[in-house]
Design a protein around this ligand. Structure first.
Ligand SMILES: Nc1ncnc2c1ncn2[C@@H]1O[C@H](COP(=O)(O)OP(=O)(O)OC[C@H]2O[C@H](OP(=O)(O)O)[C@H](O)[C@@H]2O)[C@@H](O)[C@H]1O
Length: 245
């Protein structure tokens, strides 16, 4: 099973971007059935209307990947542009499993911030389809791999928090795009339910911000998160909502 990849020798920190908006417990009312002890936020999937690349520095950004070493289109192509070093880690990981790329299905790769990549973000690859394009896996298989790769991600993330590698530090907020919902052709509601179930089972009150993104604003970075970012801002920001699948 792939583990956390060691960070290369430390380099200059990438410039920090606008922070994403977050919630204050009182704004959530009775929607908060499980509460994250550290943030006081309800565990589970929380939809936000903002650009995932505007997430706070040190956040984890999750996207769905094929097992062929290709970030050739969609949000993956933006990832490749913003996190070229992380892409190399992902591609090397696929190359080392090229003899049996199916072995990566249902696993996750957690890549710590790479020097020179953008905003000290951690990048998480969930291997949900072996191939892409016309050979993409069937939706049910993708959902099956989504469940196990997300569970693996939660374990890897927990290991970094418990293991506390001094060099790596621990990751901050967890953010995901609506994985599988574009080129992988799986309705977001189906994937959202899988992620929500895993968080209820093994999330330990963890919050994952899921980004609703207006494509017309163009690929990441061009759409600014709503003002009021940073913890302890007002109540729910306009357009933010708690979703229960
Ligand atoms: N800045 C932003 N902030 C927040 N959300 C953003 C965003 N920009 C786009 N989104 C949304 O992010 C979702 C994912 O949609 P995507 O079609 O990209 O990914 P997917 O998970 O369906 O499929 C994966 C395969 O696609 C790729 O390309 P290749 O296979 O290489 O050709 C990979 O490599 C895989 O293989 C859609 O809701 C977009 O609105």
């Amino acid at each position: 099973m792939p583990e956390v990849v060691e960070r290369e020798a430390s380099g200059s920190e990438a410039p920090s971007l606008a922070t994403s908006s977050t919630y204050t417990p009182d704004a959530l009312g009775d929607a908060a059935d499980t509460v994250d002890q550290e943030t006081g936020l309800p565990g589970g999937l929380v939809m936000v209307h903002s650009d995932i690349f505007a997430a706070p520095a040190n956040s984890v950004l999750i996207h769905a990947c094929n097992c062929q070493g290709s970030w050739g289109a969609g949000i993956a192509l933006t990832m490749k542009r913003f996190y070229p070093r992380a892409y190399v880690v992902y591609r090397n990981h696929c190359d080392s499993n090229a003899a049996d790329s199916a072995a990566l299905l249902g696993t996750a790769l957690l890549i710590p911030p790479q020097p020179g990549d953008r905003n000290s973000h951690w990048i998480t690859c969930l291997f949900t389809s072996q191939y892409y394009g016309r050979r993409v896996d069937a939706p049910d298989r993708i959902l099956e791999h989504t469940a196990s790769s997300f569970e693996h991600f939660l374990k890897l993330l927990g290991d970094t928090e418990r293991g506390g590698d001094a060099d790596l530090g621990t990751a901050g907020e967890v953010h995901t795009c609506k994985i599988n919902s574009g080129r992988f052709g799986v309705p977001w509601e189906r994937t959202g339910r899988v992620l929500e179930d895993a968080l209820e089972r093994d999330g330990e009150g963890r919050v994952v911000f899921a980004h609703e993104f207006e494509e017309e604003t163009g690929a990441g970075g061009g759409f600014k998160a709503r003002p009021g970012g940073g913890r302890g801002g007002g109540g729910l920001e306009k357009g933010q909502q708690i979703l229960r699948f």
